[in-house]
Design a protein around this ligand. Structure first.
Ligand code: FES
Length: 586
């Protein structure tokens, strides 16, 4: 007979970790007497980070005494107390290998249902004083699990746990946890798993993404954890491309056409993708890398990039020192901000130099058989005619579309700029303006431009259309994600403090920082944090793929090995170190 050994509760508090303050409720303490289990949690208990814990599907966390004993032996520890693993219920019985998703139990006068395994994150490592613990509980198939409260009731230590229903499909907690996190994703097991109504919506979505990837024959990466798979890379690292043409596209934008040295066609780039260009402005300094969206025809056999002259080292060097006939080093086209094929109406919204990836999309719709029936809206904002790059190109592409619409907005038109000819509206792009001109609500929206333009437009659009229809491209650093860290704002990217390392050069392309590796850092993630690079992470031990980032060039060593490798051309930076110079898309 299974029994409750201890009921544990805890409230959010701040703990110090690696010089930061982390908000967490993973510290739980046993309570005496009976406790009311409510729909969202136990009386006296709260979760700190509701994106990863808590809510109706994760009201109570359960962990087993047998796993306590296992970890005591494995870690050679004897200091565990009840609630050590952040669980609300310490139980005798209910092994992860035996309990199935959807099983129902009566405890005290409450009724509970198993919804999902624990989602492992770095705070378990902090609580256990063992940073690899989030990976260990998965790889050793002892994650623990969550209960949903079907009937609220009081529970207490010593209560017997009575199973009152078997979950459908009989997939255990340990099995479904491995299904998501390990490299093995058998299609039959995935089909069974997504049929379980009790499985939480988050896990349903992840396993459905895995199932679709398996059915589509996706061969690399974990679609359940990193759903957007980058298109395959045409080549690894950098290759030389020759500048075959260059034009001034506006007062402050110059384009460069790049082609393979042997005169062959450059491989196809999916409309919206970018390339990384490696430049050597000073022979005695490390090279610099810059990211540029491709803005020419995807089928043209060349890569066209457009560079805004704004005083940065990269753009200044390209504008002043790179000429027709010169060679630059370029990565293969990369990125997941790409135009979906099909016949759904498409709205291309750009401002300033943000025109570039959307111009490639416009080329694609203009040259696409399917696109002839597609409603395409080209809406571009610029300061004035002098700063309006690719004005003529865009107009002629839209004119070639059967269902093309064009709107040009100037914020400060020049004295000679003609309304109705050069531009249509003076001012700024707003949602009411989009509605006024008849933009369809059920379109796919692609946005690219300065951060303020993107933020304002994304916010207003999301009040009107589904979030999944809004796609944005960010040129600079990505938005960081560091769950629980109290003050996670990044400053301007910089060299790490203290003596600089002497290892391989690590270049963060989006952040325009290149530094030598230093072994005082345990991972590329730690180095990035020391440089105030925007990063995303959760487990910090190679399980969750939150830190998955583009590896443009270079070789890495993993420790620990990720449970499931990232997509080809990507890296898990939380558990890797460089063994050569590396360029990261960060
Ligand atoms: S942060 Fe989870 S895999 Fe890197």
């Amino acid at each position: 007979m299974c029994v409750v050994v201890s009921i544990n509760v805890g409230l959010p508090r701040n703990v110090e970790w690696q010089g930061k303050s982390v908000r967490t409720a993973i510290w739980k303490r046993p309570v005496h007497g009976r406790v009311l289990a409510r729909r969202l949690n136990l009386d006296g208990d709260r979760q700190a980070d509701l994106s990863g814990h808590g809510g109706e599907q994760r009201a109570l966390m359960v962990y087993q005494l047998d796993s306590y004993r296992y970890w005591e032996r494995y870690l050679n520890r004897s200091d565990f107390v009840h609630g050590q693993f952040g669980e609300n219920l310490t139980v005798d019985g209910l092994a992860d290998a035996d309990v199935c998703i959807g099983d129902r139990f009566r405890i005290g006068d409450g009724i509970f249902e198993v919804t999902q395994p624990r989602v492992t994150c770095y705070r378990l490592g902090i609580r256990m004083n063992h940073p690899e613990m989030p990976a260990l509980v998965v790889s050793h198939r002892r994650p623990g699990f969550y209960l949903r409260v079907l009937k609220e009731g009081t529970i207490g230590a010593g209560d017997q746990i009575e199973k009152i229903a078997d979950g459908p499909e009989r997939i255990s907690v340990a099995e479904i946890d491995s299904l998501l996190y390990s490299p093995d994703h058998p299609i039959d097991a995935l089909r069974r798993a997504v049929r379980i109504p009790a499985l939480s919506p988050g896990w349903q979505a992840s396993l459905k993404a895995l199932l679709k990837a398996a059915e589509d024959g996706r061969s690399t990466g974990n679609a359940g954890l990193s759903p957007v798979q980058p298109p395959p890379l045409s080549w690894r690292g950098f290759r030389p491309l020759k500048v075959i043409a260059s034009r001034q596209e506006s007062e402050d934008v110059r384009s460069f056409d790049l082609a393979p040295l042997d005169g062959s066609h450059a491989p196809y780039a999916v409309p919206g993708q970018h390339i990384v260009i490696r430049l050597r402005p000073r022979p005695d300094s490390p090279p610099i890398t810059r990211i540029y969206s491709l803005c020419g025809s995807p089928t043209g056999g060349i890569y066209r990039v457009a560079v805004k002259l704004e005083g940065g080292t990269g753009s200044k060097f390209l504008n002043e020192h790179v000429h027709v006939g010169d060679t630059v080093e370029a990565s293969a086209p990369r990125g997941t901000f790409t135009l979906a094929t099909g016949t759904t109406p498409v709205v291309l919204l750009s401002a300033g130099i943000g025109v570039t990836p959307l111009l490639a999309m416009l080329y694609a719709t203009a040259g696409d058989e399917q696109g002839s029936s597609r409603d395409v809206w080209w809406i571009h904002s610029a300061r004035d005619k002098a700063h309006h790059a690719f004005a003529g190109t865009a107009r002629s592409l839209v004119a070639a579309l059967r269902h093309g619409h064009l709107l040009v907005i100037y914020s400060r038109p020049g004295r000679d700029d003609a309304p109705g000819v050069d531009y249509d509206v003076k001012g700024h792009l707003t949602l009411p303006l989009l509605k006024q001109i008849g933009v369809p609500q059920n379109a796919d929206f692609y946005l690219c431009g300065p951060p303020r333009f993107l933020a304002d437009l994304q916010t207003s659009l999301s009040t009107w259309t589904e979030a999944s229809r809004i796609h944005t491209e960010v040129f600079g650093p990505l938005v960081s994600f560091s769950p629980g860290v109290v003050d996670s704002t990044n400053g301007i990217p910089h060299f790490p403090t203290g003596i600089q390392g002497s290892g391989p050069i690590v270049s963060f392309a989006r952040s325009s920082v290149a530094v030598h590796w230093d072994n005082r850092f345990k991972s590329l993630l730690e180095l990035a944090e020391a440089c105030s690079i925007s990063v995303r992470w959760s487990c910090r031990t190679g399980v969750c793929h939150t830190c998955e980032s583009g590896l443009i060039d270079g070789q890495l060593a993993y420790s620990p090995e990720p449970l499931d490798p990232p997509s080809a051309g990507n890296a898990l930076i939380c558990c890797s170190t460089p063994t050569s110079n590396v360029e990261l898309d960060l």
